[in-house]
Design a protein around this ligand. Sequence first.
Ligand code: RFL
Ligand code: PHB
Length: 388
Amino acid sequence: MRTQVCIIGGGPSGLLLSQILHRAGIDTVVLERQSRAHVLSRIRAGVLEEGSTSVLRKAGVDTRMDREKIRHEGTLLSARNRSFRVDFTQHTGKAVYVYGQTEVTADLYAARDAMGGVIIDSVSNVMPHDLEGETPFVTYEKDDTEHRINCDLVVGCDGFHGVSRQQIPTSVRREYERAYPFGWLGVLSETPPVSHELIYANHSRGFALCSQRNDALSRYYIQCDVTDKPDAWSDEMFWDELRRRIPDDTADALVTGASIEKSVAPLRSFVSEPMQWGKLFLVGDAAHIVPPTGAKGLNLAISDVHYLSQAMVAYYAGDKDALSSYSETALARVWGAIRFSWWFTTLMHRFPKQSDLEQKLQESDLAYLETSVSAQTSMAEQYVGMPF
Ligand code: RFL
Ligand code: PHB
């Protein structure tokens, strides 16, 4: 088989890139390790920046998103049994939108199908070759048969555990990493959200987050031990712990119910540089991971796709240098989000052996955020997303 751009990974990055390139007349094949049903059942991100909704709109996947997304003009932060609000729209003129990654992915699959996009799922042993040469190709297995795709360019959209990043020699690749000493236990429940806006809660027992997908579907998280097994947490234990970590009036208003999904996610800050090597380009979680505290992971994946698709369109229009600045351009935005997510994570979580001094510093940082217009503007500007 031959294509112009072979995309490894059919998560949101891979599907969106393939959709944008196809609309620009560039041929792609997407190779996905999991089944489509598996990809569509993953519960992940919940918040889209306005910039991300614009990219999705330009990709033609906006109809359901624009009907169902919920506009949030601010967020609540709580500590010591009280909460305060940071107003995004007042400080930046912008808002964010609650629309789940699961829905974005479903919309992208539907759009790819409607255009006859080629997505080959349930593949194994995907391997890119000759990435420094003139004739790159990708091999993979499907139903016990080996296949080969000849292409011009290869894009690694295969997430943190993918194969693409590993192809960049260690003499070229530089990785920066911090694994946080805790995880997030997430629960999805068919109950009305406790608050119209998200609540990020700092508590001596650990962080908690009240989020949502729609009026009848809530998403809650509590900081947990990264080795905790989701099944070791009964629903009752989860709700009890969540109630302890949020202000009393919010806890009293919490409607609980059976969980329909429960999972533990590790928290990590990670960047791999560069994001291009020869004919290989990395996008999204394949190149960088942020802890979810700032809701930045999916949004960064979307901005990477935006930069890379623009560069590829220019490249195929004849500008042979168009691809050379992708890594630098994307990384500049990535590092801003890495810093913001690290700051917000450090501010809101309980660290093992946290000293009294560190506890006081967190409280002081939160008090500054509550009272300073400059601090709120800075947070709001980063939460709604730096422009791209
Ligand atoms: P994905 O979604 O991991 O997709 C990669 C795809 O590649 C496939 N794959 C392979 N395919 C072929 N061959 C191989 N060798 C392969 N190896 C892997 C995988 O099966 C998969 O389908 O990466 P992508 O597309 O870059 O998207 C990134 C986002 O998924 C991620 O950044 C976000 O989910 C992060 N995130 C959040 N981001 C936000 O912007 N806002 C949020 O509110 C938010 N909340 C979250 C989050 C992530 C979380 N978890 C579970 C870590 C909340 C949580 C709990
Ligand atoms: C979510 O709803 O899954 C969510 C929202 C905000 C975050 C992280 C996750 O910061």
